[in-house]
Design a protein around this ligand. Structure first.
Ligand SMILES: NC(=O)C1=CN([C@@H]2O[C@H](COP(=O)(O)OP(=O)(O)OC[C@H]3O[C@@H](n4cnc5c(N)ncnc54)[C@H](OP(=O)(O)O)[C@@H]3O)[C@@H](O)[C@H]2O)C=CC1
Ligand SMILES: O=CCCC(=O)O
Length: 265
């Protein structure tokens, strides 16, 4: 199966590498083209523009920072829209809002192409290990075509129905995660400043009802003050902001998320 891959950041690089390791023919593109070099060394081809990748590949995946980047890659000069068409599919796995997904979907469909939004839960290591959770929505036929790729990229894929449901599910998940991480950070600080051992707190939490893989993974690094980004704070804050907008659209009061968003800013 030949796949185009647009966006080789923390996630995209790991995901494209995974596809290559599993025998997919992959043509990559990144705004900063030099980031393609590592994937080329693994056997990837390179496209000069998003349009050239879409022209070459029946299916193209994108993994980009935010709504602005996702829209730019589709609508700008040399973008996806210049080459998408009948028989081609575009899959955006970035974390964006539903309105962005729907705008891309309408434009791709007008050109005769098919579109699936498929944001993911799971960070850098799950991306490297093919253990992401894929939250897809949109064109069911394209989703079905992409299952072999999704099965390599993730441990579970959900098809959530109409366009926008993938984006909304992802934003709800990351709103909860951002709120949890704020409480976790405050708890570690309170333990430390009140004379308790933060390590003992990690041990207690890991044995109790609120034990979870994220605290177990992030806790030790936080105690060591090691913050090598797996999920950049700018993206978590983007997600909190988009989730709060989703709350506003649905008249849902979210004071915890609002406070957490302020802490991310
Ligand atoms: N990191 C994580 O743990 C997770 C991240 N996500 C989501 O996945 C997406 C990618 O995240 P991540 O890989 O961490 O982010 P990075 O910041 O590492 O990479 C962002 C990518 O987007 C590209 N980009 C940014 N702006 C533009 C633009 N205007 N035009 C074209 N390309 C652009 C960057 O290109 P360049 O290299 O040129 O800057 C890069 O390839 C985000 O939506 C994020 O919220 C989802 C799950 C987990
Ligand atoms: O969007 C990124 C979330 C990171 C994770 O799910 O661990």
């Amino acid at each position: 199966m030949e796949v185009g891959f647009l966006g080789l950041g923390i996630m995209g690089k790991a995901m494209a590498a995974n596809l290559l390791r599993h025998g997919f023919r992959v043509t990559v593109w990144n705004r900063t083209l030099s980031k393609c070099d590592e994937l080329v060394a693994m056997g990837a081809a390179v496209g000069d523009t998003p349009a050239s990748v879409v022209a070459k590949c029946k299916y193209t995946i994108a993994m980009l920072s935010d709504p602005s980047a996702a829209l730019s890659v589709v609508f700008d000069k040399d973008g996806v829209l210049e080459q998408i068409g009948e028989g081609k599919g575009y899959v955006d796995m970035s974390t964006v809002d539903a309105a962005t997904s729907c705008k891309i979907s309408e434009a791709v469909k007008q050109k005769g192409g098919a579109f699936v939004e498929a944001p993911v839960s799971g960070s850098k290591k799950p991306a490297e290990d093919g253990q992401l959770v894929i939250l897809a929505a949109g064109d069911k036929a394209l989703y079905d075509d992409m299952v072999p790729a999704f099965d390599v990229l993730g441990k579970k894929s959900f098809f959530l129905g109409e366009m926008g449901n993938g984006a909304k599910m992802k934003l709800v998940v990351n709103m909860i995660m951002g709120s949890m991480m704020n409480a976790f950070s405050e708890g570690l600080c309170l333990a430390d400043k009140s004379g308790l051992s933060p390590q003992t707190l990690l041990d207690v939490l890991d044995l109790g009802a609120i034990a979870n893989p994220m605290f177990k993974m992030k806790g030790p690094s936080m105690l060591q003050g090691s913050y090598n980004p797996a999920f950049p704070l700018k993206h978590q804050q983007k997600d909190m902001r988009l989730a709060l907008s989703l709350g506003d659209e649905n008249a849902v009061s979210m004071p915890v998320a609002a406070a957490s968003n302020e802490a991310c800013t």
